[in-house]
Design a binder for this molecule. Structure first.
Ligand code: MG
Ligand code: MG
Length: 248
């Protein structure tokens, strides 16, 4: 079911998303070569709890941590570990969520560690920009197919693969609500967005093929061809004349 948010609900989602944004900024300020992904998890967890919020990923379908950390060929849903040490040249996607007074925030960034290859740096930049290309066309009445098509066309113009099997989503009381928000699609198709809907838009872009597979841990999604992947996400509020990005 698709939910239209009241002003009160939007206010709580603003707060939940600001907590996520600040947790990601804290990670950005601290992430460096030699750190473990478990240390990043602890940073985010402690910050979110300090804000009187709950890290929504923790325990979600049994997920064992407060953030997802996905490095290089890992696309999303990587599990933080005290055995995984971040190295110079890595690209590290961090996905983070919080629940504040019953409402969800959700956002992701891909961080570059020290000097990364030109190839990876370009991927990270284009993935982020593909989100903003999508946002440019968004307002009440725009179809989901037009949003997906805009993101896809931009990313594919660089020869990249747009992940198909994972998509963005409505968000509110639940982290994952209807509708599904694909990063690909056919212009002129799909449902029309309505004012005061809140959706998480999250392009997952691979240097190579869009095919992905899951590792034996039952969570981590990696590219099928081993090529690097990047992720960028924000929660947005649909308005009459555009959007408000709640997690920026
Ligand atoms: Mg997310
Ligand atoms: Mg999401």
């Amino acid at each position: 079911m698709i939910s239209i948010k009241s002003q009160y609900e939007v206010e709580l989602m603003r707060k939940a998303n600001q907590i996520v944004k600040d947790a990601l900024n804290l990670i950005e300020d601290n992430i460096k070569e030699g750190m473990t992904t478990a240390a990043l998890d602890k940073l985010a967890h402690d910050y979110i709890v300090k804000c009187d919020a709950y890290p929504s990923f923790l325990g979600y379908n049994g997920f064992p941590a407060s953030i997802c950390t996905s490095i290089n060929e890992q696309v999303v849903h990587g599990i933080p570990s005290d055995k995984r040490v971040i190295k110079e040249g890595d690209i590290v996607s961090v996905d983070c969520g919080s629940i504040y007074k019953g409402y969800n925030g959700d956002a992701a960034r891909t961080f570059m560690i020290g000097k990364v290859s030109e190839e990876k740096a370009k991927l990270v930049e284009v993935t982020k920009q593909s989100f903003f290309e999508g946002v440019k066309i968004l307002k009440e009445g725009v179809r989901l197919g037009d949003l997906g098509n805009t993101i896809q066309s931009y990313a594919e113009s660089f020869g990249y693969g747009v992940v198909r099997s994972l998509v963005g989503h409505g968000i509110g009381r639940d982290m994952h609500e209807d509708p599904e928000v694909p990063n690909y699609g056919r212009a002129g198709h799909g449902m029309r967005l309505r004012k005061n809907m809140t959706i998480a838009i999250e392009p997952m872009i691979n240097i190579g093929t869009y095919d992905v597979r899951m590792l034996d841990d039952g969570w981590t999604i990696v590219t099928a061809d081993g090529s690097p992947s990047a992720h960028y996400e924000n929660t947005v509020l649909i308005k009459e004349d555009g959007v408000e990005i709640l997690s920026l």
